[in-house]
Design a protein around this ligand. Structure first.
Ligand code: ATP
Ligand code: MG
Length: 360
C-alpha cells in the first residue's frame, strides 16, 4: 500500500527518535511490501532558525497533503526567552489547533521485563494497561491573554480556562468509543468541587454515558486520580480529562512504566488526518548524544500503522519486536537503572529492526 507520511523531527532528541521511527518504518515497508513516502518538514526551533516561523506554511501544506503526520519533539533552551510567537511550542500548539487534533491518546502499558525500572512495587504493576485520553485544543493552553487574561496590572495575572460544550462532547465520545473497542470502562477526571468547567465536563460525561449504555463511567477528582495512578494503576482502563490535567497525569503515568522514553501517543482529528508522537519532550539534557530511548517514537509509528493505515499486523510486528528486545535484557540508558551497560539510540533501533522478522 502506498502512503505519504509527513515527518516532522523538530528539535533536540526529536530528531534522533524520528530517525529511529523512520528506520523501523522502512524495515516494515520492505518486509510487508508497502511504499511509505516520508517527506521531512520543519517545525519548532529548527523552523525558527530557518525562516523565523515555528510553523511554516510549507510544513502545513506538507501535512495536509499527507496521510499521516509523525512528530519528534519541539523546544530547547536556545529559544526559551523568545517572545511567544517565536517559541517552538507555539508551532506545535498551532499545528494541533490548525489541523484540529483534539484527542490525544496515550496508552500506558507496563512490561514485566521492565518492572525493575519502575519506582512502584512489582504487585502494583501487574496488569497495568490503561489509555489516557487528553483534550488537546482547549483549556488553559489556549486562553488568549490579550482577550480574556494576561497581566491586568503589575502585580496580578490571569490565565483563562475556556471550553465549548461541543469540545467536551467530541473528546468524551472519543474516550467512550475507545472503551467500547477495548471492552472496558471510562474514568472521567475533573475538579468539579472547584471549577465550573469541570461541572460542565461531568454533565457531558453523564450525557455520553447515557448513549453508551454498556460502558461503565465513574468520575474522579484530579488529585485523587494522581494518587490512584500510583497506588493502583491497574484499576484504570480509559481515563479521559481536559488538557492540563491530562498533561500532568500522563507524565505521572509514564513514570509508572519506568521511563518517559517508552510512551507513544496519537492525536486524532475529526477529519481523519492524525498525528503521532512520543510523549516525551526534546530532552535538551541528552540531545545530540545518541542516548535517547527511541521506543516511544517507534511505538508511535506502530500506532500510525494501526490507526491511520489499518495495518494491524504490521503494528503488532513492531510491538512484538519491542517486547522481545526488552525481554532479552537490552536497555537504553534511561532503562539501565544506573548500570554501565546500555545501548545507544541507533543500536537499540537496530535491535528492534532485527527482531522484526522473528517469529514469536
Ligand atoms: P516538554 O515540555 O517538551 O514536555 P519536558 O520538560 O517534559 O519537555 P522532556 O524533554 O520530556 O522534558 O525530558 C524530561 C526528562 O526525561 C529529561 O531528563 C530527559 O532527559 C528524559 N527523557 C525524556 N525523553 C527521553 C527519552 N526518549 N530517552 C531518555 N530520556 C528521556
Ligand atoms: Mg512534558
Amino acid at each position: 500500500m502506498k502512503k505519504k507520511i509527513a515527518m516532522l523531527p523538530g528539535d533536540g532528541i526529536g530528531v534522533e527518535v524520528a530517525e529511529a521511527a523512520a528506520i523501523v518504518l522502512k524495515a516494515i515497508e520492505q518486509q510487508f511490501g508497502h511504499a511509505f513516502e516520508m517527506e521531512i518538514g520543519l517545525i519548532g526551533g529548527s523552523a525558527i532558525d530557518d525562516s523565523g516561523n515555528p510553523l511554516p506554511e510549507e510544513t502545513l501544506k506538507l501535512c495536509r497533503e499527507s496521510d499521516a503526520i509523525f512528530l519528534g519533539a519541539v523546544g530547547g533552551p536556545k529559544w526559551d526567552s523568545n517572545p511567544v510567537g517565536l517559541r517552538p511550542e507555539t508551532g506545535l500548539l498551532g499545528l494541533r489547533k490548525t489541523l484540529n487534533l483534539f484527542a490525544n491518546i496515550r496508552p500506558v502499558k507496563t512490561y514485566s521485563s521492565l518492572a525493575a525500572c519502575s519506582p512502584l512495587k512489582h504487585e502494583v504493576l501487574q496488569n497495568v494497561d490503561m489509555v489516557i485520553v487528553r483534550e488537546l485544543t482547549g483549556g488553559l493552553y489556549f486562553g488568549k491573554p490579550s482577550e480574556r487574561g494576561g497581566r491586568p496590572g503589575e502585580e496580578d495575572v490571569v490565565d483563562t480556562l475556556y471550553y465549548k460544550r461541543s469540545d467536551m462532547q467530541r473528546l468524551i465520545k472519543a474516550a467512550f468509543d475507545l472503551a467500547s473497542v477495548r471492552g472496558g470502562h471510562v474514568t472521567s477526571v475533573d475538579k468539579a468541587n472547584v471549577l465550573e468547567s469541570s461541572r460542565m465536563w461531568r454533565e457531558v460525561a453523564e450525557e455520553t454515558a447515557d448513549i453508551f449504555k454498556d460502558i461503565p463511567l465513574n468520575h474522579m477528582l484530579v488529585d485523587h486520580a494522581a494518587m490512584r495512578i500510583i497506588s493502583s494503576p491497574s484499576s484504570f482502563d480509559v481515563l479521559v480529562t481536559e488538557n492540563m490535567f491530562g498533561d500532568i497525569l500522563s507524565d505521572e503515568a509514564a513514570m509508572v512504566t519506568g521511563s518517559l522514553g517508552m510512551l507513544p501517543s496519537a492525536s486524532f482529528s475529526e477529519q481523519g488526518l492524525h498525528m503521532y508522537e512520543p510523549v516525551h519532550g526534546s530532552a535538551p539534557d541528552i540531545a545530540g548524544e545518541n542516548l535517547a530511548n527511541p521506543i516511544g517514537a517507534i511505538l508511535s509509528a506502530a500506532m500510525m500503522l494501526r490507526h491511520s493505515f489499518s495495518m494491524e499486523e504490521e503494528a503488532a510486528a513492531i510491538e512484538n519486536a519491542v517486547e522481545q528486545v526488552l525481554k532479552s535484557g537490552v536497555r537504553t540508558r534511561d532503562l539501565a537503572g544506573g548500570g554501565e551497560t546500555y545501548l545507544t539510540t541507533s543500536e537499540m533501533t537496530k535491535e528492534i529492526v532485527n527482531a522484526l522478522g522473528d517469529d514469536f
